[in-house]
Design a protein around this ligand. Structure first.
Ligand code: 13P
Ligand code: SF4
Length: 317
């Protein structure tokens, strides 16, 4: 702890000196979640990035998140403590693939998850995150066909909750969330039958969890599909003894900080994102010392991508 205090004080001092705001995603390591000025889900962090008065944004998360911050605040410096912190979901569709898909469905509206590259966002009409995907889809006139990419599990979830049938879904996935399987749910629910259940819609188990709810095998009032920010709100409010959490395990730190009387358990304890964990305390400190890791997005791509991200932010969550 003394070592942590020293590191944290130095991070805050350097951030002040640089005029930087430090943002951290809910999947970051605990030290980084705790030292950041703002910790939250991807929609919340993109809103903070769009509105901040700070000169510089140090983004503790993965590349597409820092890129989204840069797209929204092009005049600010955005630093990512490790530029190799990618995302397997963002890698599951390229701009070239999306252009080809669009050419097969002229007139369709393209909805892309923010977990995409700037080049994919530039080919997109409106972005979404896990907390507003259904609202974004509902904002599109019912007679317009939708191309939804890249996450198949979020796409299937949105299709289910909106009842929309003219929606085509790309077959991408996040390797971490796809790995949280229906059998993990069966095992954990059997071991903790009274627990509340929180599921991120990127999970491979989302559809089967909702099927279990429809069949009456899981209680509807104790089972929810939420973004990481939604999970944090639910955790702060719950009085349950135990909560099973189906998402990347970094969130558990945030949930335990918010509520020390409930026990938060992972649905799958191996669900860790190696990209999120590439941002270490030492790399954060070095970034603040050197100013390295600046994100650059070509101006023409940034301008087109910005329209898609701003259209999303205008919708609310
Ligand atoms: P949210 O924080 O928006 O729920 O996103 C989850 C995610 O997988 C980001 O990598
Ligand atoms: Fe990407 Fe999945 Fe990691 Fe989120 S958890 S950054 S979607 S690989």
């Amino acid at each position: 702890p003394a070592q942590y205090e020293e590191w944290a004080a130095e991070v805050r001092r350097l951030a002040d000196e640089r005029g930087a705001v430090v943002l951290a995603h809910n999947y970051q390591v605990p030290e980084i979640q705790d030292v950041a000025h703002h910790t939250g889900d991807s929609l919340y962090l993109s809103r903070v990035a769009a509105q901040t008065d700070a000169r510089e944004i140090v983004f503790c998360g993965v590349h597409f998140m820092a890129e989204t911050a840069k797209i929204l605040s092009p005049d600010k410096t955005v630093l990512l403590p490790d530029l190799d912190a990618g995302c397997s979901l963002a890698d599951s569709i390229t701009a070239e693939q999306l252009r080809e898909w669009k050419s097969e469905h002229p007139g369709a509206v393209v909805v892309s998850y923010v977990n995409t590259t700037a080049a994919v966002k530039a080919e997109t009409d409106i972005c979404c995150t896990s907390s507003n995907a259904a609202d974004v889809v509902r904002s599109i006139p019912a007679d317009r066909e939708i191309l939804f990419c890249p996450d198949q599990f979020l796409g299937a979830h949105v299709k289910r909750v909106t009842g929309r049938d003219n929606i085509r879904i790309w077959a991408g996935e996040c390797h971490v969330h796809a790995g949280i399987s229906p059998s993990d749910v069966r095992t954990q629910v059997a071991a903790h039958p009274d627990a509340e259940i929180l599921v991120h819609p990127e999970c491979g188990c989302t559809t089967s969890v909702l099927d279990l709810v429809s069949n009456g095998d899981l209680p509807a009032d104790r089972t929810r599909v939420l973004s990481t920010g939604g999970m944090a709100e639910a955790a702060a409010a719950t009085t349950a003894k135990q909560v099973l959490v189906a998402t990347e395990i970094g969130i558990l730190h945030q949930l335990r900080n918010l509520n020390s009387t409930t026990e938060f358990l992972p649905m799958n304890s191996r669900a860790a994102c190696r990209y999120m964990k590439m941002i270490t305390p030492a790399k954060l400190l070095r970034t603040l010392q050197t100013g390295s890791g600046a994100i650059e997005v070509p101006a023409d791509i940034a301008a087109r991508a910005r329209k898609a991200v701003e259209a999303m932010i205008a919708i609310g969550d």
